[in-house]
Ligand binder design. Structure first.
Ligand code: DUC
Ligand code: ZN
Ligand code: ZN
Length: 491
């Protein structure tokens, strides 16, 4: 009789394609068997988890996480490094994060940025990890390195249509997309029109309106809608897949679903902040609203949230990522309050670092909302990210012999509701935008390659720093050029 390393018994196994009462056997870090409940009776194993009827899912894959980044979106550096960010991921049920390797405009090489990011992550991670390159200098050197990036296991990159420090001009975007097509790279696009934002900021400054809530005014939906449409047009012109990141506006989502209906290779991501926060969260007494400043900003209210939920349900959105972009609030030197100066005693919205923490709360918030069918939940929080970014079926699935034994095991139904408090979380941030929300679920166990790394009732974080591995990624198995199968003969 085979001896297994781990058995997970009595769970309700949910993948993107199936739900059922299955038991799971794990050997050498891989899923060995997924069999009807009771079939593993009498099998020997070094460890057994009784899931007691709780849901067992493939570990979460969060494909949009910022860790250990220099100031790029405002004045401060991110609060989480690879250690604190990945321990937070694990405590929230996420076993794989894809973070960013940022390129400064002054840096011509992408490979140099990749190497520097590897050095920051190596031996520091609790979860498995990979990187998207941020390409902000799309000069000949960077473009010539796309092929080498693929060889180094990087099959995606991110570009920006706004932010002085990062924005590419339209012709540069076309350069990136054209080479991305040749190298089978998925391009993630931050779609906001930089000119509209800068123009609006100037008007607000002239009126001396500096409070955090004006961040939302200065990033109007039209900036997102226009840039989304432009990015889709470019994708169609070059015939190359793109993924519009952090979509907040249902009108932008409509452009995306129209493009998808036409067969264009356009994919999209949304994030919890566009399902749970609104503009009102930026309009708090004093400077508090800065906690929820992110880009694009949370929109008006219920109707926008509904539109985004619908986009998740109907497949417009491929992935639900966190866009974990953490800044300490109450730190005048390194945090959101860096913008409180003698010149601006109440701060200035323009320079507030853009981003919210959320890698740990992503899964529980979405599951507690009870809006998505369970298989859809797994699809958008794990499986699709693995497929889109070239990690499937190693990640995002429970396929015997193929998938890593990465599991998120939830409490059995009827878990006592609790109120979320920042002190429960494992990030290096002094707030959560979701403080005080009632949560109906939280991961009971997180398992990474067969090792229990989170055991909520017995030690909490029990994984080890450095256990997380870099994941070399392959070509996307979800995205491809529809017309030409990534063929570039036409140009
Ligand atoms: N874009 C991101 O993806 N994250 C943080 C800020 C931003 O603009
Ligand atoms: Zn962005
Ligand atoms: Zn981001």
């Amino acid at each position: 009789m085979a001896e297994y390393d781990l058995l997970v018994l009595n769970g309700l196994v949910v993948t993107d394609s199936e739900t059922g009462e299955f038991d799971i056997a794990v050997k050498d870090g891989k899923i060995a068997k997924v069999v009807p409940r009771g079939s593993l009776a009498g099998e020997k194993s070094k460890k057994t988890i009784d899931a007691q009827g709780g849901m067992v899912m493939p570990g979460g894959v969060d494909a949009h996480v910022h860790l250990d980044e220099p100031p790029l979106f405002g004045k401060s550096a991110t609060a989480d490094n690879y250690e604190t960010g990945t321990r937070s991921a694990i405590a929230g049920g996420t076993t794989t994060v894809i973070t960013f390797a940022p390129q400064h405009k002054s840096e011509p090489s992408l490979l140099a940025c990749l190497e520097a990011t590897h050095a920051r992550a190596k031996d520091n991670c609790y979860s498995d990890y990979s990187f998207h390159l941020i390409c902000s200098n799309a000069g000949p050197k960077a473009i010539s390195e796309f092929a080498a990036l693929r060889e180094a296991g990087i099959s995606s990159l991110k570009i920006y249509m706004t932010y002085e420090a990062l924005q590419l001009q339209d012709s540069e975007i076309l350069d990136v997309l054209f080479e991305a097509r040749k190298q089978k790279i998925v391009t993630m696009v931050h779609a906001e029109n930089g000119a509209i934002i800068d123009w609006t900021i100037k008007r607000l400054e002239e009126k001396k309106l500096f409070a955090p809530k004006y961040h939302a005014t200065s990033h109007p939906p039209v900036a997102e809608i226009e840039a989304t449409y432009r990015a889709i047009s470019f994708s169609g012109f070059i015939d190359v897949p793109i993924l519009i990141v952090h979509v907040s506006s249902p009108a932008a989502a409509k452009h995306i679903s129209d493009a998808q209906k036409k067969g264009l290779p356009v994919y999209a991501e949304t994030c919890p902040q566009y399902l749970f926060l609104t503009r009102k969260d930026l309009d708090q007494p004093g400077f508090e609203g800065a906690k929820c400043v992110c880009s694009p900003p949370p929109r008006e209210g219920e109707q926008d949230h509904e539109g985004i939920w619908r986009g998740l349900e109907d497949g417009t959105f491929t992935v639900l990522s966190s866009d974990h972009c953490p800044f300490i609030y109450d730190d005048p030197e390194k945090g959101k309050k860096i913008v409180i100066t003698p010149e601006y005693p109440n701060g200035h919205f323009r320079y507030i670092p853009n981003g919210c923490p959320g890698v740990e709360t992503r899964l529980s918030l979405a599951l507690s909302a009870n809006r998505l069918k369970l298989q859809k939940f797994v699809e958008v929080t794990s499986t699709n990210a693995a497929k889109l970014y070239g990690l499937y079926p190693k990640k995002g699935a429970l396929i015997p012999g193929e998938s890593d034994a990465d599991l998120t095991i939830w409490y059995p139904e009827g878990m006592k509701e609790f109120v979320l408090k920042n002190e429960m979380l494992h990030h290096n941030v002094d707030y959560t935008p979701y403080e005080g929300r009632t949560m109906k679920q939280w991961p009971r166990y997180t398992v990474l390659r067969g090792e229990v790394v989170w055991d909520k009732d017995n030690g909490g974080l029990v994984g080890k720093k450095g256990y997380g591995q870099f994941l070399k990624r392959d070509v996307s198995t979800l995205a491809g050029s529809k017309k030409a199968e990534w063929n570039v003969e036409d140009f």
